[in-house]
Design a protein around this ligand. Sequence first.
Ligand SMILES: [Mg+2]
Length: 239
Amino acid sequence: MIKALTIDLWETIIKDVDATEKDRDVKRAHYIIEKLGLKSNATEQIMNFFKDLNEAFKHPSKENYWSILPENQLKKLFKEYLHISVNEKEFKDILDYYENVILEVPPKLTEEIVKEVLQKLSNVYTLVLISNTGRSPGRVLLKIMETYGVKDCFKYFVFSDEIGARKPDPVVFEIAQNLLNLPKNEIVHIGDSLNLDFLGAKNYGFNAILYANGMDVIPVEPFIRSFSELDEVLNEKFS
Ligand SMILES: [Mg+2]
């Protein structure tokens, strides 16, 4: 019997609508250039860095472990892309902007129904959020979840910047399982990424459902196209 659900954040519960991460990266680049008095041609190096950062997020590995923490992301940018040293105060100000600029144009819920579904599910299952964070750390993402009234549906939060590991690393699912103190087969993970979520969870031994909202070809079973189908699929496939 299923007792708990672990759920991904980005592209599962929230997604960018009014702005993209690239828009925020442009703002980050402007801020850095202004703060440090760099020439405007530094924009290109900074945007190149963000391109490499996105690749690191898409393919998490030991080699790109540096990309887990925003402060390490910035250290790499200054050292290897801009070849500059930055004093402590400047670094602190830049880090603060870099992590919090998301609150200026925050992502939205993937579907309006998400809040209602999560609230209902939280009466039946223990919910755990499992998120690979990027430029914005878990504590900032929590503020966004709070705005949409979905934070309180979750009992535990497993953010990659706080545990130092990312999906599909089995350590992430192990931490969630330890918090829940349940056998693996009583847990279902739900997320939008085939590799990070579905296969990551299955490889560790959790059950999994792919959130395939807007996907043309769905490579695995079971899946949902909308949160409105989640309760039904849970009952059909796992009871
Ligand atoms: Mg996701």
